[in-house]
Design a protein around this ligand. Structure first.
Ligand code: SF4
Length: 319
């Protein structure tokens, strides 16, 4: 059940206390973010935002006619060598927003017709996001919240988000830490992502749609297929089946492109081919998954976001 405004503001206070010795993610840098100290992610205390816009490239139930109300946070607690958002996750394009300004952006997105409020990579600014959300709720925001994160989450934080987040949209990037360490500078990704996603599923369950096909609640797990199964796609699907359910909605993404620093790794220095992607789709069906979002393979050729543009995206995810 959704929290009250008083409750969400209290959760924001609890989160802020965690930021005084930062444990917003499993890296547990324990720096005092409120005093300007910066940890692995490099984030400050107030959020840096690189864009707040209606986005039509998400999974169809998140988009509908009005678009997803995406808010892109600068910085990241992962360092993926192939990051398609590297301009903001590593290049640090963005402007600092006050809590009030962030809440106002949420209300604006609602007024413009967005279907939801979707923070993108909010993990390292979860305290600010939740406080702004509480403020926006008090000013009439009613849209569902879609928590779009990289999967490397603190279980303690995710537990605090119970009743705050309506839909979770985490990545589950890898099935082994060797790959996570090599490609995302994260040597304990798998265990933390898996336990966090189990908690997300406990909170919100399977994807629920309203009569118009719009997502109102639930979990969608995103998985980007890397060349040569470097992301451990089959093992990841098997884990989801064993530990969650085959009812879980999965977004199997084909859009990998050797961006940013991926060219430094021979095995990542190409796009996936149609055969590789089709094989992973077949695995989904064979394992019994029925709620799978697949991408038009041609989407590989369109649209790498450019955050210097007013509208950074031009690609779609098919259902
Ligand atoms: S959010 Fe940033 S500073 Fe905090 S623990 Fe994670 S990487 Fe470290």
């Amino acid at each position: 059940m959704r929290r009250s405004v008083d409750e969400i503001l209290q959760i924001a206070e609890d989160l802020k206390r965690m930021g005084f010795s930062c444990r917003f993610c499993p890296r547990e840098c324990k720096v005092d973010r409120s005093r300007g100290e910066r940890g692995f992610c490099g984030a400050g205390w107030l959020p840096s935002i690189s864009g707040a816009t209606r986005h039509f490239g998400e999974e169809p139930p998140l988009v509908g006619a009005g678009g997803a109300g995406t808010i892109f946070f600068t910085n990241c607690n992962l360092q993926c060598v192939f990051c398609q958002n590297h301009q903001i996750s590593r290049g640090l394009m963005g402007s600092e927003f006050s809590i009030y300004e962030l809440a106002r952006e949420m209300i604006r997105l609602q007024d413009e017709g967005s279907l939801n409020i979707e923070p993108v990579s909010p993990t390292h600014q979860v305290h600010a996001f939740v406080e702004a959300l509480g403020l926006a709720w008090s000013k009439g925001l009613v849209l569902p919240t879609v928590y779009n994160c990289g999967g490397y989450e603190s279980l303690e934080v995710i537990k605090l988000l119970d009743g705050v987040v309506d839909l979770y949209l985490p990545d589950l990037k890898y099935a082994d830490n060797e790959a996570a360490s090599k490609y995302s500078n994260c040597s304990d990704y798998v265990e933390h992502a898996r336990v966090a996603i189990q908690e997300m599923y406990r909170q919100v369950g399977d994807l629920e749609l309203d009569e118009l096909g719009v997502a109102t609640k639930g979990l969608i797990i995103r998985h980007l297929v890397l060349p040569d199964n470097a992301s451990g796609t089959i093992e990841t699907l098997q884990w989801i089946k064993r530990n969650l359910s085959t009812e879980v909605a999965i977004s199997l993404m084909a859009q990998y492109s050797p961006l940013f620093e991926a060219h430094k790794f021979d095995e990542l220095n190409r796009r996936i081919n149609r055969e590789e992607y089709d094989r992973m789709i077949d695995e989904c069906w064979e394992l019994g998954f029925e709620n799978v979002f697949v991408q038009d393979f041609e989407s590989q050729d369109v649209g790498i976001p450019d955050f210097r543009e007013k509208e950074p995206f031009n690609w779609d995810i098919g259902g």
